[in-house]
Ligand binder design. Structure first.
Ligand code: SF4
Ligand code: SF4
Length: 98
């Protein structure tokens, strides 16, 4: 069955949570198998990395990254999750010492 016949196509999300290193990917689809929310689906093209069909549904659990045997997946967290909050006093002390 052609997947394009049963869904509207890739979702649009504000960020791309998953990207693949196409030179490392061996198209084993282990990442797609392990994703519990079906963000990833096997590509229709043989030998290609999976499609990121529903990027907005990603949990950022990292299971696909851990499952990949060739370290071909990069997981990019949303900006808010990348922030490291610091106490105001700690920040002032750091600035003073510089
Ligand atoms: S990080 Fe988790 S939810 Fe997101 S694509 Fe990978 S396995 Fe799926
Ligand atoms: S698990 Fe890694 S090597 Fe296998 S299809 Fe996914 S990205 Fe490619």
């Amino acid at each position: 069955m052609n997947i394009e016949n049963i869904c509207a196509g890739p979702d649009i999300a504000s960020i791309e949570p998953i990207s693949f290193n196409t030179e490392r990917c061996i198209a084993c689809n282990r990442c797609a198998d392990v994703c519990q929310v079906d963000v990833l689906v096997p590509s229709l093209e043989k030998g290609k990395p999976p499609l990121v069909l529903f990027p907005g549904e990603c949990w950022y659990c990292g299971c696909c990254v851990m499952e990949c045997p060739t370290h071909a997946i990069q997981l990019r967290h949303p900006l808010m999750n990348q922030a490291h909050f610091r106490l105001k006093k700690e920040l002032e002390d750091t600035l003073e010492s510089e």
